[in-house]
Design a protein around this ligand. Sequence first.
Ligand code: NAP
Ligand code: ZN
Ligand code: ZN
Length: 353
Amino acid sequence: MIEAKGYAAHDAASPLVPFRFERRDPGPHDVQIEILYSGICHSDLHQIHNDWGNSVYPMVPGHEIIGRVVRVGEAVTKLKPGDHAGVGCMVDSCRTCPACLEGLEQYCENGATLTYNDRDRNGALTFGGYSDQIVVEERFVVKIPGTMDLKAAAPLLCAGITTYSPLRHWKVGPGQKVGVIGLGGLGHMGIKFAKALGAHVVMITTSPGKAEDAERLGADAVLLSRDADAMAAHAGSFDFLLNTVPVPHDLNPYLRLLKRDRTMALVGVLTGLEPPVSGAALIMGRKSVAGSAIGGMAETQEMIDFCAEHGIVSDVEIIPIQGVNGAYDRLVKNDVKYRFVIDMASLRNEPQF
Ligand code: NAP
Ligand code: ZN
Ligand code: ZN
């Protein structure tokens, strides 16, 4: 076994603390990665706090992982020691169900194995990226081009693919007016991708102070969702809405923005909707509310390559692992521009190990 170090939550209420644990030795298809950077996703906070009711502790969060390959099993062909590699939200799936066969491992009918807060094939808890190394099967590792800014690439592994995939699925492109709701980690990537795909992009935000940033990130216009007159002026004009809001909220005002036959895709994992979606808001215009989860492994590699081609990375604030609990406090207060990324060098210098 490999001795690993990380930071873990031991229950839903306590801060994360240093934690030692074991990783498996790489098998023939495995890649061992020295973790260099790990992004902080709002989902980390949801799971630490047991917002979804399925949390298992100790929990080492982190599913936006960038590192350097240090060892590969003899059957590995895609990566070699020294390559830069990325790991996102999944580390395994059944590979045989219709979803896996279509390259949609995130919808595996037997349940994909999540990078943390899950159990692997042997029943062992999975531990995520807030750690010094990880061992993952080749299929669930993507190759990061040598030219990419590694620290700013980490959030692509979740925030990136989670916004890229629905924009592609609903065929966003030139001539369309697309709204991205919520300017956080996911939202800022949504703007960049929708713009690169050629759409007219409107940032729909609750925060007037983010307007300038939204435009800098590529938005053509900004719409304040709490300004009823402004919302009315945009009624019936959007071809697609990507909703990244992380908390239950009223969807009806956003549905009124859609044109007939168009879709609002949710990526925020909402645990309740208050008030409910109005039937009339959907019926009058044959509108849809849909959902989308991350993306498959082939699409994740496609997204990384798209980013390399278009010069896209995340806007990040680098923190040491010792600052992780403070970063969570700021995330809750909506104070992040626009993704925290942990520099794992700080873990190697952690005095408590
Ligand atoms: P984040 O960085 O905290 O950003 C969320 C943004 O939503 C905020 O910046 C804010 O933007 C807006 N917002 C917050 N509270 C709001 C409220 N009460 N009403 C309206 N808007 C509000 O979060 P994130 O990391 O982007 O994650 C967003 C959600 O996606 C989370 O629920 C996360 O778990 C989920 N997620 C899902 C997937 C998937 O596969 N489907 C993958 C990753 C994450 P403004 O200030 O602009 O309003
Ligand atoms: Zn995430
Ligand atoms: Zn499957």
